[in-house]
Design a protein around this ligand. Structure first.
Ligand SMILES: [Zn+2]
Ligand SMILES: [Zn+2]
Length: 79
């Protein structure tokens, strides 16, 4: 009995900064994601390019980790 929705991987719904479609998927490489829609590759940076705050690259289960927890800027960099 499971009546609570279980998002198996929130990262599977992460939005691509390039085409704005929620098709970012984690790749085999840690900290790397690829958009299966426009085939762009992105790197999850450990330091916010906007304010310089360090993010947590280890925890990849929350979409918030794709954004700077300090200023909300995207921690994704086109790779
Ligand atoms: Zn895309
Ligand atoms: Zn920031």
């Amino acid at each position: 009995m499971s009546d609570s929705p279980q998002p198996s991987s929130v990262l599977n719904r992460a939005r691509c900064p390039n085409c704005n479609e929620p098709w970012l998927r984690p790749t085999q490489l840690p900290g790397r994601l690829r958009c299966v829609n426009c085939l762009s590759r992105f790197e999850l940076v450990s330091q916010c390019p906007n304010c310089g705050e360090h993010g947590t690259i280890a925890r990849m289960s929350q979409t918030e980790d794709l954004q700077c927890q300090s200023c909300g800027a995207s921690m994704l960099r086109e790779a």
